[in-house]
Ligand binder design. Structure first.
Ligand code: FAD
Length: 276
C-alpha cells in the first residue's frame, strides 16, 4: 500500500479526565505518524483557551499542530490577538472557518464568511500560516444552491487557502464530483476528505443532521437494527468506513483527515485494516 498522509482532528477537553484521555489517544495515534493534528475551536468563546492550550501541548510533543479558528461573533482585534498568540508559540498551520454562533448569541462579528477570515490572515500575517479551509461535498446546510456553495468554496480558496478538508460523507461519488467541480472553478489546492469513523448510531445521526452530511439509508437501517449492540455497530462501522477509505485511496486522494472525537480505537482500526 502506498503511504498516504493522515491527519487527526481532536476537540479541546473540558475536564482533567478528558485531558488524560486525549493524551492517551494521541500517544496511540502517534504511531500512525500523522502529517498534522488539529484542534477544534468553539465559536463564541466556549473552548478558545482550551484550543490554544491543547495545540501548544501537542506542538511541544512534536506534532505539527493546527488550531481551528472561526470568525463568527468575533472582532478583528480578538482574532488578531489569537493569531498573534499562535505565532508567538511557533504555530504555522491553521484551519480557518466561519463557525456557527451558539444559539442565543446575536452579534455576527466583523468578518462574515471564512473567505474574509482567510483574506484577513493573509493581509495581517502574510505567509506565516499554512491555511486550511472547509469544503462540503454534500453542500453546506445554509447554502442557497449547490452552485453558489461551490463558488463560495472557490472564493475562499482563492482568498489564500493552501489546502481544504471536507465535511465527512459516506457517498464517495459526492466527494469525487465536488473535487471535479471545484477544479473547473480553478481550485487547484489539495482537497482532503474528512472521515468520520462510525461507533455510535444516535450520535452519528445527530451530527449528520446538524452538519448536512447524509447517512445513506442502508447504513442507517443496519446501524439501527443493532440496537444497543455496540460491538456489532463498531464492526459494521469499521467495514463501511474502511471500504470508503479504500475507494478514496484507490482514487489517489491527497490524504485522509479523521474526525477522531478524541478516541483512538476506531481510527486506528481503520488505518490498520487499510495497512496505512
Ligand atoms: P463559509 O465558507 O463562510 O460558508 C458558510 C456559508 O456561507 C455557506 O453556506 C456558504 O455557501 C455561504 N457563503 C460563503 N461565502 C459567502 C458569500 N460571500 N456570500 C453569501 N454566502 C456565502 N465549526 C466550529 O465551530 N469549530 C470548528 O473547529 C470547526 N471545524 C470544522 C472543520 C472542518 C474540516 C469542517 C468541514 C467544519 C468545521 N466546523 C467547525 C463547522 C463549520 O464552522 C460550519 O460548517 C460553519 O457553518 C461554516 O463554516 P465555513 O468555514 O465552512 O463557512
Amino acid at each position: 500500500m502506498n503511504p498516504i498522509e493522515l491527519s487527526f482532528e481532536f476537540f479541546p477537553p473540558k475536564t482533567q479526565e478528558g485531558v488524560d484521555k486525549l493524551r492517551a489517544t494521541r500517544a496511540q495515534l502517534a504511531a500512525l505518524k500523522p502529517k498534522f493534528v488539529s484542534v477544534t475551536f468553539g465559536a463564541g468563546g466556549s473552548t478558545q483557551q482550551g484550543t490554544l492550550d491543547t495545540v501548544v501541548e501537542m506542538a511541544k510533543e512534536g506534532f505539527e499542530a493546527a488550531p481551528h479558528l472561526s470568525c463568527i461573533g468575533s472582532s478583528k482585534e480578538s482574532l488578531r490577538a489569537i493569531l498573534n498568540a499562535y505565532r508567538a508559540h511557533g504555530i504555522r498551520h491553521i484551519v480557518a472557518l466561519r463557525g456557527d454562533l451558539p444559539s442565543g448569541m446575536g452579534a455576527v462579528g466583523e468578518l462574515r464568511y471564512a473567505s474574509e477570515l482567510v483574506s484577513f490572515i493573509r493581509a495581517e500575517f502574510g505567509d506565516w500560516f499554512w491555511i486550511e479551509v472547509a469544503g462540503y461535498p454534500e453542500y453546506h446546510p445554509q447554502s442557497r444552491s449547490p452552485r453558489q456553495d461551490l463558488e463560495n468554496f472557490a472564493r475562499k480558496v482563492k482568498a489564500g487557502a493552501n489546502s481544504a478538508i471536507t465535511q465527512y460523507f459516506f457517498n464517495a461519488d459526492a466527494y469525487f464530483r465536488f473535487v471535479e467541480d471545484a477544479k473547473k472553478l480553478g481550485v487547484d489546492v489539495p482537497i482532503v476528505p474528512g472521515i468520520m469513523p462510525i461507533t455510535n448510531f444516535s450520535q452519528l445521526m445527530r451530527f449528520s443532521e446538524m452538519c448536512g452530511a447524509e447517512v445513506p439509508r442502508w447504513i442507517a437501517r443496519r446501524l439501527e437494527s443493532f440496537g444497543d449492540d455496540r460491538e456489532s455497530i463498531r464492526a459494521f462501522g469499521l467495514d463501511v468506513v474502511t471500504d470508503l477509505c479504500g475507494r478514496l485511496i484507490a482514487a489517489k486522494v491527497p490524504g485522509l483527515h479523521f474526525y477522531t472525537l478524541n478516541g483512538a480505537a476506531a481510527t486506528k482500526g481503520i488505518c490498520e485494516r487499510l495497512g496505512v
